[in-house]
Design a protein around this ligand. Structure first.
Ligand SMILES: [Zn+2]
Length: 79
C-alpha cells in the first residue's frame, strides 16, 4: 500500500472496517512511513477528542473535509 492508499482507507482503518489483509498492509506501510504514521495518529487523537474516547464512525462531512485536507497535503508533497 502507498501513501494514497493509506489516506483513502484511513477512516475505514480507524473504524475497524478493513479486512485483516488490508489492515496488515496498511500497518506495514505505517512502519516505514513517518508521514502516514503522523496522519493516522493525529486523526485517531482527533476522533478520540470528538467522541470522548468512544470508537465511533466519523460524520461524513468531517470525513470529507479530512480527506480533502489530506489530499491537498499529498499533492503539495508530490512533484
Ligand atoms: Zn505513507
Amino acid at each position: 500500500m502507498n501513501c494514497r492508499g493509506v489516506i483513502r482507507e484511513i477512516s475505514n482503518y480507524l473504524d475497524g472496517e478493513l479486512d485483516s489483509s488490508a489492515r496488515a498492509d496498511l500497518e506495514r506501510h505505517l512502519e516505514h512511513c513517518e508521514d502516514c504514521r503522523l496522519v493516522v495518529d493525529t486523526t485517531k487523537k482527533t476522533i478520540q477528542i470528538f467522541c470522548n474516547s468512544e470508537p465511533v464512525a466519523l460524520p461524513s462531512d468531517v470525513r470529507a473535509r479530512l480527506h480533502e485536507a489530506l489530499e491537498k497535503r499529498l499533492r503539495r508533497r508530490a512533484p
